[in-house]
Design a protein around this ligand. Structure first.
Ligand code: PMP
Length: 357
């Protein structure tokens, strides 16, 4: 607390990311990073970019990356926005596109950065309860007598539940709210969902946000992007260019372009994570866990007879860290990132030991 703070700072409740421990030899399954490394072609491109050219500013527009992404998704480059991680893309979207007189709607159990951005940018929001099975109910997001959203945001698959809406369900929400921007945060979509990018040409109110941090194994590079109607992208560019001209540095641009161009590596590394997830789900179910259906690179699970917080603490004592949220409705759940087969085997063995103690 300081008398030198601006008034807004006093009212902020900052986001708390999962811990990045300084200890070695941990089985780190708490922040949904990819267990295998990024494309070797991306690493080569980053090495090549590590040169004398670093004395020069990067391209403020990130055009090479926009062109690569536009080609990958069959859209025009002016329909693509790039930023420093999808968190930054989301932040700009909150300010540029989601802030209106009416409240922003999002699920009560979702990515906990959303209410933080509401606090930072002064958005009113309404938290819509998930169904008892932790799914998003489409009808809850459609306008009803006297009430409609100023804008809508949800992750698909949702985080931290991992539950997926089908493309048809997403389109119902988008088409049912033609006067509101619907932002679909697809941070985890490559692990089992169908992207709504294919809908952007039909719906000028749809913005789809992706990240390189999960399926492309480049969390440390900080690259995210949005795809939507060119007018939505222009709104984002106006905010971005009033904030930071160069959010993506030369290394990030080079690595991200090479990653996008290495489609075969990308497909294979997603496939490996999905295969490991399926094994992990079966093994956890065999231990008595209720595991929500996951289309993400994590599972969300609770044990009918063991407290979630105590399980997380017991795992930690065995050098395995998972995420536990002390939040109403989900405080009995563990969110466990799908690691390598070896890491998941260690986790399952530790859980077996803890449960039989
Ligand atoms: N959206 C969701 C749903 C997430 O879980 C995360 C990761 N914390 C992000 C966006 C942000 O990812 P990044 O900033 O690394 O792109």
């Amino acid at each position: 607390m300081s008398r030198f703070w601006s008034a807004v700072v006093h009212g902020l409740t900052p986001y708390v990311p999962g811990e990045q421990p300084k200890l070695d030899n941990l089985v780190k399954l708490n922040t949904n990073e990819h267990p295998y490394g990024p494309s070797p072609k991306a690493l080569d491109a980053i090495r090549c970019a590590t040169s004398d050219s670093l004395r020069l500013y990067p391209d403020p527009n990130g055009d090479a990356l926009k062109i690569a992404l536009a080609k990958r998704f069959g859209v025009q480059a002016k329909q693509v926005f790039v930023g420093n991680g999808s968190d930054e893309v989301l932040a700009h979207a909150f300010q540029a596109l989601l802030k209106h007189d009416r409240a922003l709607w999002f699920p009560d159990v979702t990515y906990s950065f959303y209410p933080v951005y509401c606090g930072l940018y002064g958005l009113a929001h309404k938290a819509i309860p998930l169904a008892d099975d932790f799914s998003i109910r489409v009808e809850d997001y459609l306008p009803r007598s006297g009430d409609r959203a100023g804008a809508i945001i949800f992750p698909n698959p949702n985080a931290p539940t991992g539950r997926l809406l089908t493309l048809a369900e997403v389109e119902q929400i988008v088409a049912g709210n033609p006067d509101a921007v619907v932002l679909v945060d697809e941070a985890y979509v490559d692990f089992g969902g169908e992207s709504a990018v294919t809908l952007v040409d039909r719906h000028p109110n749809l913005l789809v946000v992706h990240t390189f941090s999960k399926s492309r194994s480049l969390a440390g590079l900080r690259v995210g992007y949005a795809i939507g109607h060119a007018d939505l992208i222009e709104g984002l560019e106006r905010v971005k260019n009033s904030f930071n001209s160069y959010p993506l540095d030369r290394l990030a641009l080079a690595g991200a372009v090479a990653s996008v161009e290495d489609e075969a590596f990308f497909q294979e590394s997603c496939r490996k994570v999905i295969a490991t997830r399926e094994t992990l789900v079966a093994q956890m179910q065999a231990l008595g866990f209720e595991v929500l259906p996951s289309a993400a690179n994590f599972v969300f699970a609770r044990h009918p007879r063991r407290d979630g917080g105590e399980l997380a603490a017991a795992l930690r004592q065995r050098a395995i860290i998972v995420r536990h949220f002390k939040q109403a409705r989900i405080d009995q759940f563990l969110r466990i990132t799908v690691g390598t087969d070896e890491q998941c085997a260690k986790l399952v063995a530790a859980l077996g030991e803890i449960l039989s103690a």
